[in-house]
Design a protein around this ligand. Structure first.
Ligand code: ACO
Length: 378
């Protein structure tokens, strides 16, 4: 307890800071549901478009509602020409998450609903941001490689269109399904660091684009969404299944932080990792890159046996994304392309029942002391 009777809780661990109807996360039993629907059902049986509708409206869409949401998402795919021009002006080695954060800020300047925080305006902005984020990620990637952006294809689903805008070729139905399910698995996860950031910004009555730009910044870090890229770099460093034992022993001896392992809330296991493991196995086999799955499975077994650490969502998504042909430094932007559905739903929820988020800090600095004029300081 500090002198004003508050308790210091480092990292806000275990603190309940909001009420939500969006995500039911049971860490002890390793269960996760969006608006009451189990994550496994949603990943396997719903499309990302249905999940967006569910998070924004609280109910799965009827066929007519899904049509309307899909048509509106497709209509919102274009990004302003000035944004593409800005990509060309950015240094070629600009981190794609930095480019994405700048994109969100620029999209905010152009959004017809501007700083309107009404529910109707926020629903329109959520939809536009979801579509435009995907286009911006792919356009930036193409431009940094000296290529022209691939225009959005109105006859493709959100997931298929993303992959088409990235590579310039239309993905197969199997690849599209795996990518679509990944977006759903990443769509929402209660008060993770990036979503909490969006809520904190929203709580000042700031607008959706400002909150999402902050969320992108939080997601970028390696302890959060940035872990997936680090997992893939680890798998590439290991290189062969035969090297896993030596790598694990050295990493454990050096007490390295192992990316893709551990979770603040899940103790029994991350249900998303279990689903992604099956998807990674299939995708790595189909793409002829099965060794990345095998290395991951063996690393998982070694680390779990030695430290009882569980793989989190970012562990098996790494070999999955790699085998789908996604460049490693786009793994985190891809997570953002899924999480945008949850960020925007949380922003809407926060606006509807807002209280400024403003915790306290326990002061540990110098005691009160006399001011020293500049010319008297040593
Ligand atoms: N590698 C090695 N040791 C670990 C790991 C890990 N990945 N995760 C936790 N531990 C150990 C810590 O060293 C610590 O041990 P100690 O008590 O002996 O010092 C203990 O477990 C507790 O660790 P904390 O960091 O205090 O746990 P916290 O709840 O803060 O961490 C986190 C959660 C940040 C996810 C952590 O497990 C981690 O750094 N994992 C690697 C990064 C990662 O994969 N992030 C993605 C998370 S999912 C997502 O955001 C999309």
């Amino acid at each position: 307890m500090d002198k004003e009777g508050s308790q210091l809780i480092r990292g806000l661990e275990g603190v309940v800071a909001a009420e939500t109807r969006l995500c039911d996360l049971d860490g002890k039993n390793g269960r996760l549901a969006y608006c009451g629907y189990d994550i496994e059902d949603l990943a396997r049986r719903a499309t990302f478009e249905e999940v967006c509708h569910l998070l924004w409206h609280g109910e799965l869409p009827t066929a007519a509602q899904l049509d309307r949401t899909t048509v509106a998402l497709i209509a919102a795919r274009e990004i302003p020409r000035e944004l593409v021009q800005a990509f060309a002006l950015m240094p070629k080695d600009t981190d794609p998450m930095r480019a994405l954060q700048a994109s969100v800020a620029m999209l905010g300047m152009r959004d017809p609903d501007g700083t309107d925080n009404s529910r109707a305006a926020n629903l329109r902005k959520a939809l536009r941001l979801t579509s435009q984020l995907a286009t911006a990620i792919c356009a930036h990637h193409r431009v940094r490689q000296g290529q022209s952006p691939v225009p959005p294809a109105p006859d493709l689903s959100h997931a298929a269109n993303f992959l088409s805008m990235l590579s310039g070729t239309r993905p197969s139905a199997i690849v599209t399904k795996a990518f679509d399910a990944s977006l759903t698995l990443y769509a929402e996860h209660e008060l993770n660091a990036s979503t909490f950031t969006t809520r904190t910004i929203t709580s000042t009555q700031s607008d959706m684009h400002s909150a999402v730009a902050g969320g992108v910044g939080a997601l970028k870090g390696p302890l959060h969404g940035g872990a997936g890229e680090a997992v893939m770099r680890t798998l590439l460093e290991i290189g062969e299944v035969a090297n896993v034992d030596v790598f694990s022993e050295r990493a454990l001896a050096e007490k390295r932080r192992l990316m893709g392992f551990g979770h603040r809330v899940y103790t029994a296991g991350d249900p998303r990792a279990a689903i992604l493991r099956g998807m990674a196995e299939e995708a790595c086999r189909q793409s002829g890159q099965f060794k990345w799955y095998e290395i991951a499975v063996k690393l998982h077994a070694r680390i779990n046996a030695a430290k009882k650490l569980i793989p989190n969502v970012d562990f098996y998504s790494a070999p999955l994304f790699y085998s789908l042909g996604i460049p490693v430094d786009l793994f985190t932007p891809v997570i953002a392309a899924g999480r945008i559905a949850g960020w925007t739903a949380n922003i809407i929820e926060q606006h509807e029942d807002n209280r400024l988020i403003r915790p306290r800090a326990d002061y540990t600095g110098a005691g009160r002391r006399a001011f020293t004029p500049l010319d008297k300081r040593a």
